[in-house]
Design a protein around this ligand. Structure first.
Ligand code: UGA
Length: 438
């Protein structure tokens, strides 16, 4: 059955959710306070880089099934509302900034005119759904049946379409049979494809999300801690990961040691989780996440340290080429990007830093306008004393070390993602340094 759905917040997550729900057969309106974003989406243009999203957006905009608006009033007629606004780290501490979530609910609730389910998808501190349910009840017009549900998202940037249409699981945090049934209608096609559904209460649904991200962050920092040990004893962390990854209880995914995790999710989510644990009197349970965070940040410093070593101790006045600006490949998102943190740090230490990224140049320039940006990997590498590979775009893996070797001043490379062919680079006369590898 086709439902009328509003998606409030059309950032990286909300846009993918809106397009995905249209693809599942619903009539969807995406609402955002940013008129530029809405203008682009209305014309069938995704205002950021996400593989496979734009063709699907265009199909559903052209068919009329998917519309966009900057007026929250245009969401009011929907049967189901998805809250997809961001929850970044607060400026004054580790906790999540809930201002946009609260503002979205406050704007929507008084305009509701018919029985509705409001579904939270943003990553939030445990306890938020209960608070928002009370707020919804207080702000909805008298006589309008409005209920809240929590349905956390597990979408990865770069795989958003895949993750929205074919998620590993669906989690429904609900307080009534009716709310569960509505969510089952929304996801009828996904459920028919065999996606498991976990029906639970509000706090459990909220915790599933933050626990998943905390676990992923911990897994990456675990292997990066082993990388630190490998560096001392001359062992190879990529072999350790390969070997322990064959144990099905451990698994090979998220064991890539390197410059560490960044982005708009893992770093701020572990901090917000620690902050929330402290607020509810259980801070001791998550103190290890402070270590996860510290290990992660140390890896960025380590990349800079290796770069300095390779050029003889001081980076001042040296030319550094940085391959990658996005926090991961197949994204133009530079939020908390290890590549840019390292670039910024070396720039402050007096290096002349030139960055190239296939998709993230403009987003990077907005955040770090003082760095130099090149149009290609070779242009970035021209006359470089050291090349830093910090985002594993496939185009960097395919670089020919002979060709790159011809344009640099000195053949020094730091492979901050441990995925270049070390033997090939060494054979071409490069001093190759990975992280946690001899
Ligand atoms: C993450 C989660 O993976 C999603 O499941 C979740 O839905 C999303 O956050 C969210 O909360 O919205 P994402 O931020 O897109 O997704 O990125 P990841 O694929 O998790 O990568 C995060 C960072 O870890 C990247 O900087 C990546 O380069 C790094 N990473 C990943 C490693 O350093 N090593 C690895 O082995 C894997």
């Amino acid at each position: 059955m086709s439902l009328r759905i509003s998606v409030i917040g059309t950032g990286y997550l909300g846009t993918a959710v809106a397009v995905g729900l249209a693809e599942l057969g619903h009539r969807v309106v995406g609402v955002d306070v940013d008129p530029d974003k809405i203008a682009a989406l209305t014309q069938g243009r995704v205002p950021f880089y996400e593989p496979h999203l734009e063709p699907l957006l265009r199909t559903h905009v052209e068919s009329g099934r998917l519309t966009f608006s900057s007026e929250i009033a245009d969401a009011a007629a929907a049967d189901v509302h998805f809250l997809c606004v961001g929850t970044p780290q607060r400026l004054d501490g580790l906790a999540a900034d809930m201002a946009d979530v609260d503002a979205a609910l406050d704007a929507l609730a008084p305009r509701l005119a018919r029985p509705t389910l409001v579904v939270g998808r943003s990553t939030v501190p445990v306890g938020t759904a209960e608070r928002l349910a009370d707020r919804l009840a207080a702000l909805a017009p008298a006589g309008v049946e409005a209920e809240l549900a929590w349905n956390p998202e597990f979408t990865r940037e770069g795989f958003a379409v895949e993750d929205v249409l074919r998620p590993d699981r669906l989690v429904f945090g609900v307080r009534s049979e009716r709310a569960e049934q509505t969510l089952r209608e929304v996801y009828a096609a996904t459920i028919a494809d065999g996606t498991p559904v976990i029906v639970t209460d509000f706090p459990t649904a909220e915790l599933v999300k933050v626990s998943a991200n905390a676990f992923l962050a911990t897994k990456i920092s675990f292997i990066n801690a082993i990388a630190e040990i490998c560096e001392v004893v001359g062992a190879d962390v990529t072999k350790v990961a390969e070997a322990i990854g064959y144990d099905a209880r451990i698994g090979r995914q998220f064991l890539n040691a390197g410059a560490g995790f960044g982005g708009g999710c893992l770093p701020k989510d572990i901090r917000a989780f620690m902050a929330r644990a402290g607020e509810i009197g259980a801070g001791h349970a998550l103190t290890f996440l402070a270590e996860v965070d510290a290990i992660n940040l140390r890896r960025r410093e380590r990349v800079a340290e290796i770069a300095r070593e390779l050029v003889g101790g001081s980076i001042a006045g040296r030319r550094v080429a940085v391959l990658g600006a996005a926090f991961k490949p197949d994204s133009d998102d530079v939020r908390d990007s290890p590549a840019l943190t390292v670039s910024g740090q070396l720039h402050l230490q007096g290096a002349e830093v030139t960055v190239y990224d296939p998709k993230a140049r403009e987003t990077a320039r907005l955040m770090f306008p003082t760095l130099t940006y090149a149009d290609s990997a070779l242009e970035a590498c021209r006359d470089a004393d050291v090349v830093l590979h910090l985002t594993e775009w496939s185009e960097f893996r395919e670089l020919d070390p002979e060709v790159v070797g011809k344009v640099v001043a000195n053949r020094n490379v730091v492979d901050g993602r441990n995925c270049l062919d070390a033997d090939a680079w060494r054979a071409a006369g490069w001093t190759y340094r990975g992280l946690g590898r001899p």
